[in-house]
Design a protein around this ligand. Structure first.
Ligand code: ADP
Ligand code: MG
Length: 258
């Protein structure tokens, strides 16, 4: 867990990422996203440089390859830059259940996945950046859906109210804190998937850590999600459920008690 005393200090991260294969995965993702289109561009350029006459059709095809390759590199670089860029927020009062439903609506659900909703009635609103928090929740749900493939399973979405009787602050992380008397809305996303190996728990929020095949996951989702939750001064916890699968607990202060 991110707030447990066993959480590895950040200076160990690079070494751990290396051991977990995250750095070599990052290198192979770069190779996949940049080097492949680059070799396509080099090949097409060599072809154009050849003094042989070219039909209009052939020239069109080669220029198409060049453009396609350049666009792929541009897309990959932009997505990496977006991950590192500061996030601008605009806070409004939002309902937790509406955010969950909006996030779910952006995803394609496999028929093998059953969705259960347990939304508490009359919850106070959250002060949230709707666009970014919906994206963050969608990402957490997408991870849950990925973990349940190919067999499928049950996705359980829950909302509830929490009252803090005493102050709570996460160890060395100063972004999230709750004071005595704070009210918070708790969003839970539970899946019945393969879970997370305990030894890998300290790595899941690190950029480029992924257990997914190249092209399926860049390992940036939880990094960005954590950044968004931090901007809300909220708390994001992932743990393995005793019955299997992962439980994500997202705790966010209510708008009425900032
Ligand atoms: N609900 C989940 N169940 C199992 N593993 C998960 C879950 N959520 C995250 N993970 C693990 O954390 C890793 C990092 O997640 P993320 O940052 O979203 O990157 P990505 O989805 O691109 O792999 C995933 O590759 C996976 O191993
Ligand atoms: Mg992900």
């Amino acid at each position: 867990m991110s707030d447990s005393p066993e959480h590895q200090p950040p200076e160990n991260t690079l070494k751990q990422l290396e051991e977990a294969g995250a750095l070599s995965h990052f290198a192979s993702s770069i190779a996949h996203e940049v080097c492949n289109p680059l070799s396509q561009i080099v090949l097409a350029t060599d072809f154009l440089a050849n003094p042989r006459p070219l039909s209009d059709d052939m020239r069109k095809k080669i220029v198409g390859y060049l453009r396609q390759g350049a666009e792929r590199i541009d897309k990959a670089m932009k997505s990496m830059l977006r991950t590192c860029a500061p996030i601008e927020t605009s806070m409004t009062q939002e309902s937790a259940s509406a955010l969950l439903d909006d996030a779910l609506a952006t995803l394609t659900l496999d028929p093998s996945v059953r969705v259960e909703k347990h939304y508490a009635d009359g919850l106070p609103p959250l002060l949230a950046d709707k666009k970014h928090l919906t994206e963050a929740i969608a990402h957490l749900i997408a991870n849950a859906l990925d973990a349940m493939q190919p067999a499928g399973g049950t996705l359980t979405l829950t909302t509830s109210l929490k009252f803090f009787e005493s102050s709570e602050r996460e160890g060395w992380q100063r972004q999230s804190w709750f004071r005595a008397g704070d009210h918070a809305v708790v969003i839970e996303i539970a899946d019945t998937g393969h879970g997370i190996h305990n030894s890998k728990m300290p790595l899941i929020f690190e950029a480029f850590y992924t257990t997914k095949a190249a092209g399926h996951g860049a390992g940036l989702g939880l990094t960005v999600t954590k950044k968004i939750v931090d901007l809300h001064h909220g708390r994001l916890e992932l743990s393995n459920r005793p019955e299997g699968g992962v439980l994500v607990v997202l705790t966010l202060k209510t708008a009425a008690h900032p």
